[in-house]
Design a protein around this ligand. Structure first.
Ligand SMILES: [Zn+2]
Length: 238
């Protein structure tokens, strides 16, 4: 058992709660659970954040890192409305390919507005609003995500510099502003489907995500059936 460690940053407090090996389809990661006490945090969001670590990262440079925010609808229910689960799985596969890396899983559902508000926004999107307009109509921020916990965990893990797995240049800027050295951005591209196409177009046009045209105009995915004997290819579903 590893010794609990604690660190302080700007009135916030990071506590390491637990760790254990986690075998996955992509290989075995070390799963760490942290608690992040932030007096300004939205109390409807969990304060327990996760790090999936593979290989030796302490003191290492150019470590592949994904800073991923929770998306229950895609990750648990295979929702086709977004590319979150596809990006998470691509990041796990990339870390496994390199034999070293970190995936941070932050509990800021719905770009930080929480699950119920995200589903309220989905209801407005079903009536034709895009993801930004829906949040604005609910008087909610378009993107309320914070990355200070990500920076604190990377420091706790001793990562010297990161190759950030993201399509979002603003995430590179946010982590850099928090003192994390980002040496490179590695795109995590997931093909659009008819349900995610307009969402990804908004991400590209209004949120400045770097999404090449090849992501769009893909064929619709085949529905998966529970009696299929072969395990479905996760990449093909997105
Ligand atoms: Zn999502």
């Amino acid at each position: 058992m590893t010794k609990p460690t604690e660190s302080q940053a700007g009135g916030c407090h990071l506590e390491h709660l637990a760790t254990a090996p986690l075998p996955t389809r992509f290989g075995t990661f070390e799963l760490h659970v942290y608690r992040w006490d932030d007096p300004k945090a939205d109390p409807s969001l969990s304060d327990e954040h996760l790090a999936l670590v593979m290989g030796d990262v302490r003191g290492e440079r150019a470590v592949a890192v994904r800073v991923h925010s929770e998306c229950l609808t895609s990750e648990v229910f295979a929702s086709l409305k977004c590319d979150c689960k596809g990006q998470l799985e691509r990041a796990q596969a990339e870390v496994a390919r390199r034999g070293r890396g970190v995936i941070l899983y932050l509990r800021q559902e719905g770009r930080g507005i929480g699950l119920a508000n995200k589903i309220r926004a989905y209801a407005l999107q079903a009536e034709g609003a895009d993801t930004i307009e829906a949040n604005q109509r609910l008087h909610l921020p378009v993107d309320a995500r914070q990355y200070d916990v990500a920076a604190a965990i990377l420091r706790e893990l001793g990562v010297e510099s990161v190759v950030l797995m993201t399509n979002n240049p603003a995430k590179v800027d946010a982590l850099s502003a928090l003192g994390i050295s980002v040496t490179e951005r590695l795109p995590m591209l997931v093909a659009a489907n008819p349900f995610s196409q307009s969402y990804l177009e908004v991400k590209k046009k209004k949120m400045r995500h770097e999404l090449p045209s090849g992501v769009f105009n893909q064929k619709p995915p085949e529905p998966e059936h529970p009696d299929d004997t072969e395990s479905p290819d996760p990449a093909a579903a997105h």
